[in-house]
Design a protein around this ligand. Structure first.
Ligand SMILES: NC(=O)c1ccc[n+]([C@@H]2O[C@H](COP(=O)([O-])OP(=O)(O)OC[C@H]3O[C@@H](n4cnc5c(N)ncnc54)[C@H](O)[C@@H]3O)[C@@H](O)[C@H]2O)c1
Length: 360
């Protein structure tokens, strides 16, 4: 195997900041808190409108303080706390309106239920001078940090093809709130890949998309399958396809992220989606052909996965920015709204339908 050294972990803050949780649901249980434990980040308190749920989370994770209301959470949070907001997308704006001026917030994706709400969130964050980021943590998954490092070391050459292919059986019942939503698949799932594509390829010129329901998910009206093409002109080709209703066993499930460049390629299996939220092992394979040699694929051992390690980087990047350790905030609300605009274009494209066939 070639002897390369690829970065796999996100930079950590020199001085972690205290965390106050708003919303203590499934994702906080499965990913936020396990990640913070690994990173040594301190949760000092939490609030959830469901007090039974909050009590269960306190018992399981030893949260030092539970607050009775958002007002109490805001009043008792330490001055330098990061508000870790993990509620359904439509509930984030009202919470942000009540965060004191000048504080820090990490907001779970999506940034509102549509672009109009994303604009409102951006406006609130600007008015209140919040240092705010959206939790697009896939960018910080160890396998993505490694892929980005390979690209930035120039090993893959120029990126020419990025493809995401999901053929999985997603347990939508874990998100009861999703049943009532007009937008689900792209807004709540494929948004991760749209955001990832933007982080590698920049702002697309346009979007072609189709999102649709599945007969086996009659209670989910906001789409459970999608095809999305991000148009970057001649190069790169970027394609996202997601079928969450593959009910034919684990054998043919796929959760694949592929990058091809002029000099090499990477194929990642993001095992999380194949038995969500427990996952199956990831796989990271790459090929860097030498002149005159047949291409040979290699495996790279990656420590950590999407759940929970990616959630370390999302929080760490915000803490580092608040601490003044960096000027960068990769998933700032100012950046994240571009992902929301791309998602909005995808829904518009889907609603406008394909090109009608000319008469013969
Ligand atoms: N990989 C990811 O990034 C990922 C994965 C799953 C979910 N999520 C996001 O996390 C958010 C929550 O998802 P979940 O799976 O935890 O859902 P969930 O339904 O399990 O939890 C949501 C929690 O928020 C609480 N809540 C709702 N409104 C509130 C409010 N105004 N104030 C305080 N608490 C409130 C609910 O009582 C519930 O406990 C969603 O926006 C979803 O998109 C992200």
């Amino acid at each position: 195997m070639p002897d390369f050294d690829f970065r796999q972990t996100a930079a950590l803050p020199a001085q972690p900041l205290p965390i106050v949780s708003i919303g203590l649901g499934g994702i906080v249980h499965d990913a936020h808190y396990p990640a913070y434990r690994i990173a040594g980040f301190n949760v000092v308190g939490g609030f959830d409108i469901d007090s039974e749920r909050a009590a269960m989370m306190r018992q399981k994770f030893g949260i030092p303080a539970l607050y009775d209301s958002l007002a109490q959470a805001v009043a008792q949070a330490p001055e330098n706390a990061v508000f870790d907001i993990a509620v359904p997308g439509g509930a984030s704006a009202d919470i942000l309106r009540r965060i004191p001026r000048g504080r820090a917030a990490l907001i779970q994706k999506p940034m509102g239920e549509d672009l109009a709400e994303a604009r409102a969130i951006l406006r609130i964050c600007r008015q209140r001078q919040l240092t705010a980021a959206v939790n697009f943590q896939l960018r910080f998954a160890p396998f993505i940090i490694a892929a980005r490092d390979m690209l930035s070391q120039g090993l893959l050459g120029e990126l020419s093809d990025m493809e995401v292919r999901m053929q999985v059986n997603t347990p939508w019942h874990l998100w009861p709130f999703a049943a009532a939503l007009p937008r689900v698949e792209i807004l709540y799932h494929s948004i991760h890949y749209v955001d990832l594509a933007r982080s590698f390829c920049g702002r697309p010129n346009g979007v072609y998309a189709k999102t649709m329901n599945h007969p086996a998910s009659p209670n989910l009206r906001g789409g459970s399958r999608s095809m999305i093409i991000l148009d970057y002109g001649d190069n790169p080709r970027v394609n996202i396809t997601a079928n969450h209703s593959h009910i034919f066993g684990a054998e043919k499930q796929e959760s694949s992220l592929k990058f091809e460049g002029s000099k090499g390629a990477i194929q990642i299996r993001a095992g999380l989606n194949m038995n969500y939220p427990h996952g199956v092992p990831d796989r990271f394979e790459y090929v860097l052909p030498s002149k005159g040699q047949p291409p040979r694929w290699h495996s790279l051992d990656i420590a950590g996965s999407w759940f929970p390690e990616a959630f370390i980087g999302a929080m760490a990047s915000l803490m580092r920015r608040v601490n003044g350790e960096t000027d960068e905030l990769p998933t700032s609300v100012e950046d994240a709204i571009e992902t929301m605009a791309t998602v909005e274009a995808a829904y518009q494209s889907s609603a406008s339908g394909g090109t009608a066939l000319p008469s013969v």
